[in-house]
Design a protein around this ligand. Structure first.
Ligand code: ZN
Length: 296
């Protein structure tokens, strides 16, 4: 039996002796934190939560310590652009408009696709330390995001995948949130894929499933008889990582012309972080110091 641990965490596992690799995660606290930080409406909390959960699974696949992944969704919905960043288990998210309100869908669920938009682009940028970044871009399929992540893996990484993402809310509270990724690897037997398809209705509504049982129990129940083997557990947390130092570098990289125009304004420059809403203020004298460091 897999040891039960509460809290946000990602479990990496295999099925059928390595024929399938998978990830199952709970992201309830992460999604609540994002919802609180951005003062999000339920449908926007769900959209940002699903995006962050999908991004967490990509983030955990990265090997190097300084590697991170950035997923940007530019849909034609009222939320505008959504961005999530994962540095291994450290997550953050932002959206242009997190206050969108939409009626529930006919099936009683939050209309995430309506808020994000059914058309647009999904861009995955993997920053690989000293190597050139990897950039994958695809059209959105639905804007519901689970199916969009699945499509990204299948089309951009040539890796057929099943992805379920879910955020269950009640008013401003995130009750449960999480995600599942299943990837049959080369050489996977047809019978194994048939088994996954047969069982897929069990994990379709993942946030509700998580509200009934801990993730470890779900892993054992869903894949009974398929030799689920736990490989790794990764704690997940909301962490921005912005700092005054990074803001200074961002200002310097604006270039001399932009900096001079800020100095000419004669008032302190206020910079806000989109991911955690921290603000950083730079006086005119400080801006002048930065101007001296700017090389272009
Ligand atoms: Zn920040």
């Amino acid at each position: 039996m897999i040891e039960r641990k509460s809290g946000d965490e990602l479990l990496r596992f295999t099925l059928m002796n390595g024929q399938v690799r998978g990830m199952l995660c709970e992201t309830t606290a992460l999604c609540q934190r994002a919802s609180d930080l951005h003062n999000a409406t339920p449908v926007c909390a769900a959209a940002m939560g699903r995006l962050m959960t999908g991004t967490a699974m990509l983030g955990v696949m990265m090997k190097g310590e300084d590697e991170y992944v950035n997923v940007t969704i530019r849909g034609d919905g009222p939320m505008g652009t959504l961005v999530a960043v994962a540095n291994h288990g450290d997550l953050k998210v932002t959206a242009d408009n997190p206050r969108v309100q939409l009626p529930l869908r006919e099936d009683g669920k939050l209309d995430v696709g309506g808020a994000v938009g059914h058309q647009g682009r999904m861009t995955v940028m993997k920053s690989l330390g000293l190597r050139e970044p990897y950039i994958g871009q695809i059209e959105l399929v639905s804007g519901e995001l689970g199916i969009d992540f699945a499509n990204y893996y299948t089309v951009s990484e040539q890796q057929p995948s099943l992805v379920a993402l879910g955020v269950l809310t009640s008013g401003d509270a995130v009750l449960k949130a999480g995600g599942l990724l299943l990837q049959p690897l080369p050489g996977c037997e047809d019978a194994t894929i048939d088994q996954l398809e047969l069982r897929s209705p069990m994990f379709a509504d993942i946030s509700r499933e998580l509200s009934f049982a801990p993730k470890e129990e779900l892993l054992e129940d869903w894949f009974r008889g398929m030799e689920p083997e736990l490989l790794e557990r990764v704690p997940l947390r909301y962490r921005c990582g912005c700092s005054r130092d990074k803001m200074e570098r961002a200002l310097i990289s604006l270039g001399r012309k932009e900096l001079q125009s800020l100095i000419d304004d004669g008032i302190p420059a206020e910079l806000g972080c989109h991911f955690c809403h921290s603000t950083y203020s730079f006086t005119v004298d400080e801006l002048k110091d930065l101007l001296e460091q700017a090389t272009h």
